[in-house]
Write a protein that binds this ligand. Structure first.
Ligand SMILES: [Mg+2]
Length: 474
């Protein structure tokens, strides 16, 4: 995941240090050395996250944060306050000024990256939701962003902890902040409670008497109703390897014990908002079904929607100078499925449905999977550079071809492969949606003519290679 981060600090050395760390993780970093400079640069660079030092001469971090939050143009950008260690009142003041979270100096890398990653993810969902609102407007649909940003950011939380005293303390803190909180004291109860999909997030102890908390987290996420359920683990401060492992396996966030009440509330708030964005994307999708912009066979967006959305998203990417990639996927020799004696088009439809499902499973919620027609699919990937898109495409190709697809006709299954063309947007401001699609079509053509069942990034296959494979049918 890429993202743009504005680092604000009055000490150049601090900026240099953060810049070095964040650049290594492929983030784009901008910097400002005063409050005023920060306010100006936010407008110029539209960062995804702001790391804001509290102690600065003239305008301090709290004031900068208050001004950012008071301006509708910048209010939605997550702010992480950088405070001195153990300054309790700074944290409280930061949060009441509208900060989303905080990190303490000296900055711990794991902690910093966890905060940045989680907030960029949140911001990406918000941006995508806004873009889809915009496209939806063209089809007369109501905007969804407002429903999330205007509602109080509290929710239903399940606390899984076998230490009843600690669990009750957490319950009290979170309830005081307006949440509904339920407790589960063991793995079985946790799985049972979460199976109904009614929670907005789960907080789990990484170490439970009867279970491995991380494993339990994975089991909860594997339940159909909980694919997008935020899971946060409680970890002892000195258990660094456990923290790294948790983030590595897809746990959304962590908090260290003994728990700081402000940190707990802030952290939960972020996860709950993300869940609400996720739910809004889902609700938006359901409205789109009724607006006839969703393909009824596969449930993916159709050509009408793709045409409208791709234009909006290209314009947005260019104005923010943010990467954008697109892939065109085509099932190899699909004609053989449709023309197979005794199979008919029902089997063809079964294959299309399963391929669509595998495509959806291979991409993120902010990516847009579409079926413009026939056996062709297009995936739009906002904020994604070409090399990442190529990686996702390769994983998708393998996922589709690896396992046979169950069909209702003899012999009960068929294996299909796909060819994928990938292109990325040129950020020079001249490139158009049409050109982007054309290049990925061209790359797909090259994939077909150089053996199929492969991914080709536009511009990476030579003309000679394509000519050598000429006459290939699709
Ligand atoms: Mg300072």
């Amino acid at each position: 995941m890429t993202g743009r981060i504005l680092v604000v600090d009055d000490v150049e050395q601090n900026i240099k240090l953060l810049e070095a760390k964040l650049t290594l993780e492929y983030y784009t970093v901008y910097s400002a050395m005063s409050g005023q400079e920060a306010l100006d640069k936010v407008k110029t660079y539209a960062p995804d996250v702001i790391l804001l030092d509290v102690m600065m001469p003239e305008m301090d971090g709290f004031e900068v944060c208050r001004r950012l939050k008071a301006d509708p143009e910048t209010a939605h950008i997550p702010v992480v306050m950088v405070t001195a260690l153990s300054e309790q009142k700074d944290r409280v003041e930061g949060l009441s000024a509208g900060a989303t979270d905080f990190v303490t100096k000296p900055i711990d890398e794991v902690h910093l990256f966890a905060r940045v990653k989680s907030l960029i993810r949140l911001k990406m969902m918000l941006d995508e939701l806004r873009m889809r609102d915009k496209t939806g407007e063209e089809f007369g649909l109501a905007a969804k962003v407002a429903s999330v940003t205007e509602q109080p950011s509290s929710g239903h939380i399940l606390v899984v902890n076998d230490d009843h005293v600690e669990a009750s303390r957490m319950q009290k803190i979170l309830q005081d902040a307006g949440n509904n909180v339920m407790q589960a004291s063991d793995a079985a109860a946790a799985l049972q409670h979460t199976s109904k999909g009614v929670f907005d997030m789960v907080i789990l102890n990484a170490v439970l008497d009867d279970a491995d908390g991380l494993r339990l987290g994975m089991e909860i996420l594997a339940q159909e109703a909980n694919r997008h359920l935020p899971v946060m683990v409680v970890v002892d401060e000195d258990e660094r390897s456990l923290i790294v492992k948790a983030l590595d396996i897809g746990i959304d966030d962590y908090i260290t014990s003994p728990i700081d009440p402000n940190e707990l509330v802030a952290r939960c708030r972020t996860q709950i908002i993300r869940k609400h964005f996720q739910d809004a994307l889902k609700a938006q999708y359901h409205e789109n079904i009724s607006a006839a912009v969703v393909d009824s066979l596969t449930g993916l967006y159709n050509r009408r929607y793709l045409d409208a959305h791709v234009k909006n998203i290209v314009a947005d990417a260019q104005s923010r100078q943010s990467p954008l990639s697109l892939m065109t996927i085509d099932i190899d020799h699909f004609k053989q499925v449709n023309d197979h004696p005794g199979w008919g088009h029902d089997v063809g439809d079964e294959v299309l449905q399963e391929v669509a499902k595998r495509i959806t499973d291979s991409v993120r919620g902010t990516d847009l999977a579409t079926r413009p027609g026939g056996e062709e699919f297009v995936v739009l990937m906002p904020k994604t550079p070409g090399n990442i898109a190529e990686m996702v495409a390769e994983r998708m190709r393998q996922k589709i071809g690896r396992e046979a697809i169950s069909i209702s006709a003899e012999p009960g299954k068929v294996t299909v492969t796909v060819s994928i063309g990938v292109s990325k947007l040129d950020l020079d401001g001249v490139d158009s949606a049409q050109e982007l699609i054309k290049r990925s079509d061209e790359a797909l053509y090259q994939a077909k003519h150089t053996g199929r069942n492969r991914v080709v990034m536009f511009g990476q296959v030579s003309k000679a290679e394509v000519e050598a494979g000429a006459n290939a049918d699709w």
